[in-house]
Design a binder for this molecule. Structure first.
Ligand code: GLV
Ligand code: MN
Ligand code: MN
Length: 422
């Protein structure tokens, strides 16, 4: 355990654990965006922000922002943050550790009587995880001018639009342009690695080099519900037959593309709904969501072209219609800022922590923030690389070490960016 860290590891840990407790008790750890539990978590966070001396607001894109004015506000903002929403039955650390890091940095600054030249903001981005509307990174898209009206028209299963949902959590879709920022000079995000590199090599932190591009595609097959006992096989219009073949081809194409080059490529069908979903009814309708990720968008383009052809052929063979083949979102891969990475590496070295450069296969708000600001990330080890599952675990000292690296970088950047501006 490192004892010379410039912040309070126990206080940081207590925040992560307190937020983890705000969960659906039947499905730990679940705090889905836009739900009453999510709002409860946010109310708790807003209180902690206020106790730490931050002025707190929700911007029109639904992000919770705590702000501590610098001595020279004209310099702009250094921002630290991540997200407090979770996937269903997710973990206690994904996103949360990054928000709690920002909060702890502010407390440590105040405790040591340090005032930065830059204003510092701690951001809890709205809905980093794919929301019930089918869209991820809602808040960071909004903050970077990347949330368009087609996205706001997306609906969740009961029919509420994202536009309405955004209003319900304190945002304002009619004034979204006001959420777009031009004053952020640097954005830093701490996150658990969600992989095994750091743990298996006993390293303290990863300095993230790049974040994968993610494309999400909705595919819908419309067949005809029929009696499962009396409808002859050759007269069926079974939507699930087409859908099942599509799941298998997603896997086959991903294996092929990943094997062809050095570039990273993975694809997953994580949502498959079958209607009406009864054991004695031929499936009438199926909806799939395909998530394709890469460091090279050319691979995604080839994947989508093949998937389009193959899934149309499966529909024809099963005598069903393919009523949707739609890209819901498409973000390119992003390189993290070289100067910020250097500041993070220096921070780790100053603290005597071991570090390594690492690419990210997960999506993060930092990918969107890089559209408006220099952005970079620190990864901390997590047990067996497990994430998006209740077993997700990161040690108290590992999180504190990563947070301390961000803290060092914030202080160094406050100086170097002030000099650049003068
Ligand atoms: C975010 O957790 C993602 O990578 O989907
Ligand atoms: Mn996640
Ligand atoms: Mn996350």
């Amino acid at each position: 355990m490192k004892t010379n860290l410039p912040l309070d590891a126990n206080r940081l840990w207590a925040d992560v654990m307190a937020l983890a407790d705000i969960t659906d008790p039947a499905r730990p750890y679940t705090r889905r965006s836009f739900t009453p539990l999510f709002l409860e978590g946010r109310a708790w966070l807003a209180r902690r922000f206020a106790e730490a001396g931050l002025t707190t607001r929700i911007d029109t894109a639904g992000n919770l922002i705590g702000r501590l004015e610098g001595t020279n506000p004209a310099l702009g903002v250094i921002a630290v943050g991540s997200h407090s929403d979770t996937v269903p039955s997710g973990g206690r650390f994904d996103g949360i550790a990054g928000v709690a890091t920002g909060l702890e940095i502010v407390r440590a600054l105040r405790q040591s009587g340090t005032r930065l030249n830059h204003t510092i903001e701690i951001i809890d981005f709205l809905a980093e995880e794919p929301s019930e509307y089918g869209l991820s990174c809602v808040g960071s898209r909004g903050m970077t001018g990347s949330l368009d009206s087609k996205m706001l028209d997306l609906t969740e299963p009961s029919g509420e639009t994202l536009r309405e949902g955004l209003r319900r959590v304190g945002g304002d879709p009619d004034r979204l342009a006001e959420a777009k920022r031009e004053d952020i000079r640097a954005f830093l995000e701490l996150h658990i690695e969600q992989g095994i590199v750091l743990e298996s090599r006993s390293l303290d932190v990863g300095i993230v080099t790049s974040i994968v591009g993610i494309r999400r595609i909705e595919v819908v097959f419309q067949g005809e519900a029929d009696h499962a006992g009396t409808t002859p096989i050759n007269l069926r219009h079974d939507a699930l037959v087409a859908a099942a073949n599509t799941v298998a081809v997603v896997r086959r194409l991903a294996e092929q593309l990943a094997g062809e080059t050095e570039d990273y490529f993975v694809a997953t069908v994580g949502i498959l709904t079958v209607e009406p979903s009864a054991s004695n009814i031929v499936p009438g309708r199926c909806r799939l969501l395909v998530d394709a990720r890469t460091t090279n968008p050319v691979l995604t383009k080839r994947f989508v072209e093949s998937l389009d052809l193959e899934s149309a052929a499966f529909a024809a063979a099963a005598q069903v219609s393919r009523t949707a083949f739609e890209t819901l979102s498409d973000g390119p891969p992003v390189a993290c800022d070289a100067d910020l990475r250097a500041a993070l590496r220096q921070g780790a070295q100053d603290l005597g922590l071991s570090e390594i450069d690492l690419p990210s296969g997960a999506g993060h708000d930092a990918a969107f923030m890089s559209r408006i600001s220099r952005s970079a990330m620190v990864f901390v080890p997590c047990r067996k690389g497990k994430s998006h599952a209740p077993e997700e675990w990161a040690d108290r000292d590992a999180i504190a070490a990563g947070a301390a690296v961000i803290f060092q970088a914030v202080r160094a950047l406050d100086q170097s960016l002030s000099q650049d501006a003068s």
